[in-house]
Design a protein around this ligand. Structure first.
Ligand code: GEK
Length: 247
């Protein structure tokens, strides 16, 4: 995937009016570079997915990768699990992402049973599954649609199934929140983004990426049916949770 990826320079020149962020062809072309330089812990989270699947997934069970983008989470599972260990459906609403994910997964893991479909995860019909991955996707769904989706995913999960939910988060405490956001901007600067790029990207994501607190996430998971959930990874204002469906 990496050889076909360009460096993200989308917000590097001053724009009169910063357009809303969208997952179009320009973003697809530089997406692996963008997400690696913008999401603290992204690679570490991907690296754990196979280990978590190894512990929780029944042999041959079905997995969803929701908001798959270029299929990094699916690729991570395929890299760590044998072809007969699972079947997977990867879903994204962006046609450009779906096209590239299909090509990449066909080349990188032809032996694994992975299909990529274009669709809206809030309206999809879900089949019984052992694992559902929402890796930095729920944050893009309108807040009022989030609980209904999680409730449907809870229903689709088989007993003993797990949901992985990775998200950008906010803190209730203003000072704590400011500290995390400032260090996050330091992280982006250290990864080569200019102040202009950081501020224009922030504007473009306003009302597109709407983050919740970890407290809101865990309370919502509980209302959706998950009796147990925990935050297994946190790096600045980015976190990953796991929610369990009881056996
Ligand atoms: C990764 N999981 O690399 N239905 C389907 N897809 C959607 C929807 C929706 N309603 N809304 C947004 N998306 C990936 C990274 S990126 C995160 C996920 C980021 C898709 C959107 O098209 C995009 O591809 C993805 O969710 C979010 O592990 O860019 O920060």
């Amino acid at each position: 995937m990496s050889d076909a990826s360009y460096r993200d320079a989308i917000f590097s020149t001053p724009l009169d009016r910063v357009a809303r962020f969208s997952f179009d062809e320009r973003v697809v072309a530089c997406f692996p570079d963008m997400i690696r330089r913008s999401v603290p812990g992204y690679g570490q989270i991907l690296g754990m997915l196979g280990l978590i699947a190894n512990r929780h997934l029944r042999h041959g069970a079905h997995v969803y990768d929701l908001g798959c983008s270029l299929g990094a989470a699916s690729l991570a599972l395929a890299g760590q699990l044998a072809p007969d260990a699972f079947r997977l459906t990867a879903v994204d609403i962006s046609p450009a992402m779906v096209e590239r994910a299909r090509e990449t997964l066909a080349v990188e893991c032809p032996g694994h049973a992975i299909e990529v479909i274009e669709g809206d995860i809030s309206t999809l019909d879900y089949q019984p599954s052992g694992m559902v991955i929402l890796n930095f996707t729920l944050q893009f769904l309108p807040p009022e649609k989030r609980e209904a989706l999680l409730a449907r995913l809870y229903t689709a999960l088989e007993p003993g199934g797990v949901l992985i939910l990775s998200e950008k988060t906010v803190d209730l405490d203003e000072r704590d929140n400011a500290w995390r956001v400032e260090r996050y901007h330091d992280f982006k600067r250290a990864n080569g983004y200019s102040d202009l790029e950081i501020s224009q990207k922030r504007t473009a994501l306003e009302n597109v990426l709407v983050p919740d607190t970890l407290e809101v996430h865990h309370a919502r998971l509980a209302r959706a049916g998950f009796a147990r959930s925990l935050t297994w990874f946190q790096y600045l204002n980015f976190a990953s949770m796991i929610a369990f469906k009881e056996t």
